[in-house]
Design a protein. Structure first.
Length: 328
C-alpha cells in the first residue's frame, strides 16, 4: 500500500522541481495526483496490482501528504494508464472517473486553487475536478470543467452558502491545455486561467462560509455517474489556499512540464502492455541512519527524516511496522 505522505518530503522531480511539495508545506488541505509517478498507482481500488500501461487504474495516491487518495471500485469505470514517449497520463473514455475514498475536509478555508494538465477530445460538458456531487446543488463547493458550446469553453465555479459563481474561458476547442481555477469565497473571487493567462475573473458574491467536507470527484461527476471527461489527465493539484504570483507561475510551469516530454523525468519508463513496478530510491546521504522500508507492494513507506508514515485507511498497522523493522 501507499503510505500517507511518502513523497511529501523526499521526492525531487526533474519536471518542475519541488514546487507541489512547497504548496502543502504549511499543512494546506488538498491533493496532488501525478500519473507520471508510477509508484502512486495501482490497478485495483484496494491499492494492489502494479500499474500496467494500457490497463485500468483503480487507485491513485495523493502526494500532498493529506492522504486524499482517489479510487474507483467498479472495474468498468476505471481510467486507463497510457504512455506517450516519456509521458504517462490517465485516459478517460466513456463512463469512467475517480473519487476520493474519504471526503476532503476543506472546512478550514474559504480559498482554493485547482490546476490541471488535460487534453479534451470532444466538446461535451465534462467534470475535470468537482468537490461534492454537484457544485450548484451543494454549498461550499467548487468545480473545474469543460462546457459544451460550439467553440468549446472552460469553466471554474465556486460557492459558499450563496449561488455558485462561474468564470468562463472561451473559445477553447478540443486540445491540450493547462487550466487553473482560483476561488475565494470571502474575496470574493472566481477566476479561470488557461495556459498561464487569466481569461476571466468574477467578483460577484458567493455567499459566506468555507468550503465543505465533501468527496472530490475526478474526470466525472458523482463517482462516475455523469458529465464524463473524454480525454486525458496528466496531472491535478488542488490546494486549499490561493497562491502568490510566484507560486502560481511555478505551479503552472510545473503542470505545463507534465504535458511536455522532458529529459530526466521522475518516473520509470515502460513498454506498452508491461508492468512497470516502482524502483527503490537511491540511498539518502543524510541522515546516516536513514532506513528505507517497503510494503508488500514494493512501495517505500518511510520518509527522508526517518519518520515512519502510516495510514490506517490503507492497511498499514503497528504490526506491519514491527514486522518490517525486525527484518531490517
Amino acid at each position: 500500500m501507499y503510505g500517507l505522505g511518502v513523497n511529501r518530503l523526499g521526492a525531487t522531480s526533474a519536471r518542475g522541481g519541488r514546487v507541489p511539495e512547497s504548496l502543502f508545506a504549511s499543512g494546506e488541505e488538498g491533493a496532488w495526483y501525478d500519473p507520471s509517478d508510477l509508484s502512486t498507482m495501482f490497478q485495483n481500488s484496494d491499492g494492489t496490482g502494479a500499474p500496467v500501461v494500457d490497463s485500468p487504474v483503480g487507485y491513485i495516491a495523493d502526494k500532498s501528504g493529506n492522504g486524499n487518495h482517489a479510487i474507483q471500485a467498479t472495474s468498468s469505470k476505471r481510467p486507463t494508464l497510457k504512455q506517450d514517449g516519456a509521458l504517462y497520463y490517465l485516459e478517460f473514455e466513456g463512463a469512467q472517473g475517480l473519487a476520493t475514498f474519504f471526503p476532503v475536509d476543506f472546512t478550514g478555508t474559504d480559498e482554493v486553487t485547482v490546476s490541471a494538465g488535460i487534453t479534451k477530445d470532444t466538446l461535451d460538458t465534462a467534470v475535470i475536478a468537482e468537490l461534492s456531487g454537484n457544485v450548484t446543488g451543494n454549498v461550499g463547493t467548487f468545480r473545474l470543467a469543460a462546457i459544451s458550446t460550439a467553440s468549446g469553453l472552460y469553466r471554474f465555479q465556486s460557492r459558499g452558502d450563496g449561488t455558485a459563481i462561474a468564470a468562463n474561458a472561451s473559445p477553447f476547442g478540443v486540445g491540450t491545455n493547462v487550466l487553473t481555477g482560483i476561488g475565494d469565497i470571502s474575496g470574493p473571487e472566481c477566476t479561470i486561467r488557461v495556459d498561464g493567462t487569466q481569461e476571466a475573473s468574477v467578483t460577484t458574491t458567493q455567499g459566506a462560509g468555507n468550503y465543505g467536507n465533501k468527496t472530490l470527484n475526478i474526470g466525472a461527476r458523482s463517482n462516475a455517474t455523469s458529465l464524463f471527461l473524454d480525454g486525458r489527465i496528466y496531472g491535478l493539484i488542488i490546494r486549499g489556499a490561493t497562491c502568490t504570483a510566484t507560486e502560481l507561475a511555478d505551479l503552472e510551469s510545473y503542470m505545463t512540464a507534465r504535458l511536455t516530454a522532458l529529459e530526466g523525468g521522475d518516473s520509470d519508463s515502460g513498454d506498452s502492455g508491461t508492468s512497470v513496478p516502482p524502483s527503490p530510491p537511491s540511498p539518502s546521504p543524510t541522515p546516516a541512519n536513514n532506513l528505507t522500508l517497503y510494503s508488500s507492494d514494493g512501495v517505500p513507506w518511510v520518509d527522508s527524516n526517518d519518520v515512519i508514515v502510516t495510514d490506517s485507511s490503507v492497511g498499514l498497522s503497528a504490526a506491519d511496522i514491527s514486522t518490517k523493522l525486525s527484518s531490517v
